[in-house]
Design a protein around this ligand. Sequence first.
Ligand code: TXA
Ligand code: MG
Length: 354
Amino acid sequence: MDTIVYKVSLEEISQNVIDEAREILKSGGLVAFPTETVYGLGGDALNNQASEKIYAAKGRPSDNPLIVHIAEVEAVYELAENVSDKARMLMEAFWPGPLTIIFDKKNVVPYETTGGLDTVAVRMPSHPVAMKLIKDSGVYIAAPSANTSGRPSPTVAEHVIEDLDGKIEMILDGGPVGIGIESTIVDVTGTVPTILRPGFITKHMLEDIVGEVAIDRALVEVDKNLKPKAPGMKYTHYAPKGELTIVESKDKKGVTEDVIARINELAKSKMNEGYKVGIISTTETHDRYNADYVINIGNRTNDITVSARLYGVLREFDSLAVEYIYSEGFENDDLGYAIMNRLLKAAGHRVVIV
Ligand code: TXA
Ligand code: MG
């Protein structure tokens, strides 16, 4: 299959391009598009064959449910049952935006889309291209991140091309995304809203709207027997090809001289053994490191500069065929918590404390 790639200007989204994308979606084909979090791989959420194509293109296990993207709040009532007051308050506060909400599903949503679950994940993205695509196509768009299963999520169209060229009908290139890590997922089917995947919308932000919010225990405890409530969280996602280790100071506050020294020591010893070594640095510490490749991930005082580049940096180390990667840790609060969640998964929880 030839994959058509169109550059889309955010100021003036071409109607012809959107019309072409609509035809593809309506006939059961797949279109990758930018959202404010990561690029999504879209298909008609109510067409079970489109969902099956999504799994095939990604090489993704079909028990891992998809998120349904909508452009108007009314859509929730067509897709979901038992929409609670708390859910309504969260929709009101955070949509359009990087929050996915889990509801009981209605029959119109095929089990192919929900990975066999009786619940459905719904999100209203704020990205103008995503919005226009959903509105104009008149379909609800099931969209996982547009990467091959197991690779870091795509934050620019080039990442999507790398993974899915020749496997899907169209890619809409809207440039780099803003947030860079996937949406926060909150389950509102129980009494206490529960975070299944941390993201840009933090626990504090949710609590300000609905009071008590819990975190899925499988996120907090590194216990292989605990089954995460978001099936996707159990897979070794986000993994770079090289072996990633995070070096943190024992008080977990910022980066200490000991952290810098240990990262340099670990890098040097692997280079002496003949391996290709990379270091993930920050603007504040970039000049302090020595390795084959030292890549600055962003500014420690501004978390979103780090989240925006995280997956791109992991992919860069892949393309450089780096075998060992060492990274500083980040403060474990708010967006930093989501960054550490992804970084720890990418590292297979390999952490050195100094
Ligand atoms: O930011 C995002 O959410 C991006 C963009 C494209 O919107 N999408 C995304 O989709 O990250 P995906 O498929 O890569 O991740 C969806 C996650 C998976 O961990 C999946 O298991 C979980 O959501 N999920 C989906 N439906 C669920 C459900 N009914 N119950 C629990 N978890 C669910
Ligand atoms: Mg994904």
